[in-house]
Design a protein around this ligand. Structure first.
Ligand SMILES: Nc1ncnc2c1ncn2[C@@H]1O[C@H](COP(=O)(O)OP(=O)(O)O)[C@@H](O)[C@H]1O
Ligand SMILES: [Mg+2]
Length: 435
């Protein structure tokens, strides 16, 4: 008996030798990720193999994967289908901050996708040594937000944003890996699709994901996780679990963190989805503005530019230069006029997030009103039908009562006749017998 192993051993070959397994990089609930070599180019790649923990089993001699429990077969097949369709969708997204998928194939009774190998380590490694400067954290968050915007614009959700799923490439750019679209499965009947979630990451997953109400997952679900990631980076500690945030709110953040970042984290980690930013743009609006600094091209975030102090005190000149004063006043009033009449679009506060939240709230309330109106209508119908039945029964009772009265009267008449004819009949009998 060959026995069972979980992962492909080092040296295993895939696609007729095109890829050679070097080692396992990690294993999650959904699959095993390997470091491998693309032998033709002598290039390192990362390969993710679909392997649903607890349901899949590998034969050591053939590397073939089987599903020993028949009941699990359907679930595994659905997850595998999603794994592949998600990989294809991700491969079509052209974004520097989304991992590059270069190949997809089936082998060993399962599916694989091949990614560009990212050699810069993970964000989780970087934050292990403690909180990072706000500016560094915000650079990463902006890059991940860019990736998320692209994902959301294609109707996808990531569903597992966290520092362990953010890696760095050779140019130190943040790159998102481990897409979670396949972390839930749909079961479909004729009219409805019901989905259930397979796993989530504590602290980064909001309540709607923890409670596995998949239909309620929206971009705001990913934005909770992005807010939790920002918390992790600037606080240097794991974010609290969603239920804890629900019960007692977020713990107070250290005073060194800017008010804008604290607010961005607090708003995006709101337990109620509708209280969070609804899209990446609204999330980014919460962050401190990125300001291009001088020649060095460095970026200063949220720190007001210091006003240069004049090194030599300026000596006031004697006499008032009226021509200059009036020219300055004229220019100032012209500028003021122009400013007042040409208010830039960017000056107008962006209320789109608030409008979206209020619209959702209005739609929720309208649904409740519609529901209550429906209930009132059905109660009114039941009421009138019962009233009709009572009226019918009352009618039947009164008909029966009058029939009883009539019968009683008839009976009384007949009794009188019996009383009247009975003595006559007796006399008649006696006279007949005496003959
Ligand atoms: N493209 C990649 N380049 C380098 N390392 C990767 C790559 N993709 C995944 N990894 C590493 O493999 C491990 C697991 O990958 P991941 O896709 O997050 O799967 P899971 O979390 O389901 O185990 C992680 O440690 C990650 O750093
Ligand atoms: Mg992962």
């Amino acid at each position: 008996m060959a026995g069972d192993i979980t992962n492909l051993p080092a040296g295993s070959r895939l696609q007729g030798g095109k890829y050679k397994i070097i080692k396992v990089l990690g294993q999650g609930g959904f699959g095993i990720t390997y470091l491998a070599e693309q032998t033709g180019l002598g290039m390192k790649v990362a390969i993710k193999e679909f392997f649903l923990k607890g349901s899949c089993q590998r034969d050591a001699s053939t590397s073939e994967i089987s599903i020993p429990v028949t009941d699990n077969k359907e679930l595994v097949a659905k997850c595998q289908k999603k794994f592949k369709s998600e990989a294809r969708k991700i491969a079509s997204l052209n974004n520097d901050h989304i991992v590059n998928i270069i190949d997809i194939f089936d082998e060993n009774g399962t599916s694989y996708y091949v990614m560009k190998y990212l050699r810069g380590g993970s964000l989780a490694d970087k934050v292990q040594s403690g909180a990072m400067p706000e500016r560094t954290a915000l650079k990463v968050i902006h890059e991940v937000a860019d990736a998320l915007e692209s994902i959301h614009s294609h109707g996808l959700l990531h569903l597992d944003i966290k520092p362990a799923n953010i890696l760095f490439d050779e140019r130190d750019r943040a790159v998102l890996i481990d897409f979670g679209v396949s972390k839930y499965v749909d079961s479909q009947d004729d009219t409805t699709t019901t989905s259930s979630l397979v796993g989530f990451s504590r602290g980064f997953a909001p309540l709607e994901q923890v409670n596995a109400t998949i239909t309620s997952l929206t971009p705001a679900t990913d934005l909770y996780a992005l807010g939790a990631t920002l918390y992790n980076l600037v606080v240097g500690m794991a974010p609290p679990e969603a239920s804890q945030v629900m019960d007692s709110g977020l713990p107070e953040m250290p005073s060194g963190i800017s008010d804008e970042v604290k607010n961005a984290v607090t708003v995006s980690m709101q337990p109620r989805k509708k209280d969070r930013p609804q899209d990446v743009r609204s999330f980014l609006d919460l962050l401190p503005e990125e300001k291009a600094a001088d020649a060095g091209g460095d970026i200063t975030i949220g720190v007001p530019d210091p006003q240069p102090e004049p090194s030599v005190p300026v000596k006031p000149k004697s006499g008032i230069p009226w021509k200059i004063v009036s020219a300055v006043l004229l220019c100032a009033s012209l500028i003021l006029g122009i400013l007042l009449f040409t208010r830039k679009e960017s000056d107008i506060p962006d209320l789109s997030g608030e409008v979206a939240t209020l619209t959702t709230e209005k739609e929720d309330l309208q649904k409740q009103v519609d529901g209550l109106q429906g209930r009132e209508k059905s109660l009114t119908q039941t009421n009138s039908s019962l009233r009709k039945q009572v009226d019918d029964l009352k009618g039947q009772v009164s008909t029966q009562n009058s029939r009883i009265t009539t019968l009683q009267k008839e009976n009384a008449t007949l009794q009188r006749q019996v009383n009247e004819y009975k003595p006559k009949a007796e006399r008649w009998d006696r006279s007949m017998n005496s003959r």
